[in-house]
Design a protein around this ligand. Sequence first.
Ligand code: ADP
Length: 252
Amino acid sequence: EQGRPKAPVPTDRPAHVRRVLAIASGKGGVGKSTVAVNLACALSARGLSVGILDADVYGPSLPTMLGLSGKPGYEDGAMVPHEAHGLKAMSVGLLTQATDAMVWRGPMASQAITQMLTQTRWGTSEAPLDVLVVDLPPGTGDVQLTLIQKTPLDGVVIVSTPQEVALADARRAHTLFEKVGVPTLGLIENMSGDIFGRGGARAEAERLGVAFLGELPLDASLREGGDAGRPTTLAVPEGVVARCFAAVAARV
Ligand code: ADP
């Protein structure tokens, strides 16, 4: 078909990682990283071995949200991820100045992410990682397209706030993933409540024919935990955790 991106040929599967789960959003600031970190912790609390890769070149949040600092170690030709809150963690923000990453062009960003994916010791043959959560950059531009075509993603969860302007971008994100053959596991509504409204993401999920995974209300403890590097496993709705857990379990 004309104009359709080619099916992805992700040759860069990370070694000893059973499943790669992406967290995406159409817009920045909707809570994508917050969901990624807290979902990773919730999956870990269920007994899975979990890693998290912060691929958000525009604004890497993981160092703050998990309280990480310092470059990763290097051993036998591989980067050694940080360990925090039971997670193995790597962030584009630990490899470079955040201000550098922001001005990366598509190929550079994608090369850096590929390196972090494939040259990090996420797991070993004796102890493979059950799931690697990838916090993608927001939006549907060239950087994202290159990234998702190159990264071997098994599924994506899309985070949106309830307003129409955010949902329109979430829809575009879903379309982009659909085109490259990455299944959308579902939509999650963040900052649900009085100010932004409620229910928009559920209705959008119905229109798109994808699962609605649940709502996270505006909650000061989520913001405080994010700022202080203290994620909370209680913040992500049980339905979201259960569905992601099932997707991982189906593969393992
Ligand atoms: P994104 O990754 O989409 O850019 P973040 O996860 O960095 O968004 O969230 C942006 C800001 O909003 C952060 O300060 C975060 O702590 C806060 N935040 C996200 N979700 C919530 C929520 N449900 N309630 C309160 N604050 C939130």
